[in-house]
Design a protein around this ligand. Structure first.
Ligand SMILES: Cc1ncc(COP(=O)(O)O)c(C=O)c1O
Length: 385
């Protein structure tokens, strides 16, 4: 049997990793400004993360969610404390899509409605409800189209207002910063209006912080730049630094009851140890402050290149719009310059998603490689619309 081929693969076989760097089987070193798709938050193979996981493995890796698990309580308390949501509740799952599924399900349980509002270019995962609220018909099968959903233009408050006024919308889901869609920031005023309109019309506001959360934007959550408090917040990616863990943070206005949600693997002892290790490092090494500074250096550096059309982002979530397709440029960055970056659904936009722990000298290495790749890149200049 062979793996089901769902991605075009780069011919690179990674053998080991440390901090912001990974090494292939020929011992070639690569700078990871992709973070394995915004997953690596505290740096690869962080010694505290490795030690905590090894120690937990020696004790107990898994037992059913039907018994006490103090690690789960500790993780919920720590996420609550560091994110500024100590009064919220945490439901732990294994991935981002699962977090979105559970958030939408919970919203529907809460208000009995089933219609969802989402946004153009948005991405929320590949499972049933998550893929239906994603703006990409190519990745949704007919079995996924089981409830009414409306995809609205980004930052279009009037369109949202018209829909919410019908008072039949279960949830409105929006990314803290659109990631796969090419790094687009919602206007803070737009987010604030969404929150008040949702509250007024009985719709739950779901902030998908799977990519933009966990310190990546320089704040714990990107939506905190707007000062709002959503009803449900989905988390994953950076939460486990590569260990599969996700979650839904749930406002106190949504009450738990037995049987509402459930999972076999969500919040195992090992997963909680990974989640705690990540938060302990974020706090001890002040990684949010670090990525805010490094992100500014990165964005300023990128804006110095005349060819760059636009640089968008916050902290370590950066979109670089080029005057040509980013596809070959990204390939050349990896193959010729040993630098990983990410693509996006906007063909000309490259995503830069480094670990939150990157150092100033690594920013300099990145900018030098980017500049050299740019000055030697041969591509017809196309429209960047
Ligand atoms: C904003 C957002 N939501 C949800 C997901 C889905 O997460 P997962 O791939 O862990 O299911 C992603 C993944 O890229 C994402 O960026």
């Amino acid at each position: 049997m062979k793996p089901f081929a769902v991605y075009p693969l780069m011919p690179i076989n990674i053998q080991r990793a440390s901090g912001s760097w990974v090494w292939d089987e020929n011992d070639r070193k690569y700078l990871d400004f992709y973070g394995g798709h915004a997953v690596i938050s505290i740096g690869h193979s962080h010694p505290h993360f490795v030690a905590r996981l090894k120690d937990q493995l020696d004790r107990v890796a898994f037992y059913s969610n039907s018994v006490l698990n103090p690690l789960r309580d500790q993780l919920a308390a720590k996420v609550g404390e560091l994110s500024g949501y100590p009064d919220y509740q945490l439901f732990i799952v294994n991935s981002g899509a699962e977090a979105v599924e559970n958030a939408l399900k919970l919203a529907s349980f809460h208000n009995g409605r089933s219609k969802v509002i989402a946004f153009e270019r948005g991405f929320h995962g590949r499972t049933s409800a998550a893929v239906h609220v994603t703006d990409n018909p190519k990745i949704a099968a007919s079995i996924n189209r089981g409830f009414e959903r409306v995809i609205l233009p980004w930052n279009d408050l009037e369109a949202v207002q018209d829909q919410l006024a019908k008072e039949d919308v279960c949830a409105l889901i929006i990314e803290g910063i659109q990631g796969i869609g090419g790094v687009h920031l919602p206007a803070p005023e737009f987010l604030r209006e969404l929150q008040s309109l949702c509250t007024k019309h009985g719709t739950l506001l779901v902030l998908d912080e799977i990519q933009s959360g966990y310190g990546r934007s320089g704040k714990f959550f990107a939506h905190q730049y707007a000062g709002i408090r959503p009803d449900l917040i989905t988390i994953a990616k950076g939460m486990g630094n590569g260990f599969p863990i996700g979650g839904v943070m749930i406002s106190p206005k949504v009450e738990a009851s037995f049987g509402l949600l459930g999972t076999t693997f969500g919040g195992t002892h090992l997963a909680c140890a990974a989640g705690l290790a990540v938060l302990e490092v974020i706090e001890a090494e002040r990684l949010q402050e670090n990525i805010l500074l490094r992100g500014k250096e990165l964005m300023e550096g990128l804006r110095q290149f005349d060819e760059v059309v636009e640089v968008r982002g916050a902290g370590g979530m950066i979109g670089v719009e080029l005057p040509f397709s980013a596809k070959d440029f990204r390939q050349r960055l990896v193959q010729e310059f040993g630098v990983f970056t990410g693509s996006s659904s906007q063909p000309n936009t490259l995503r830069v998603l480094p670990p939150l722990s990157i150092m100033a000298n690594e920013v300099a290495v990145f900018l030098e490689a980017f500049g050299n790749c740019l000055s030697t890149h041969q591509q017809p200049v196309t429209s960047h619309a």
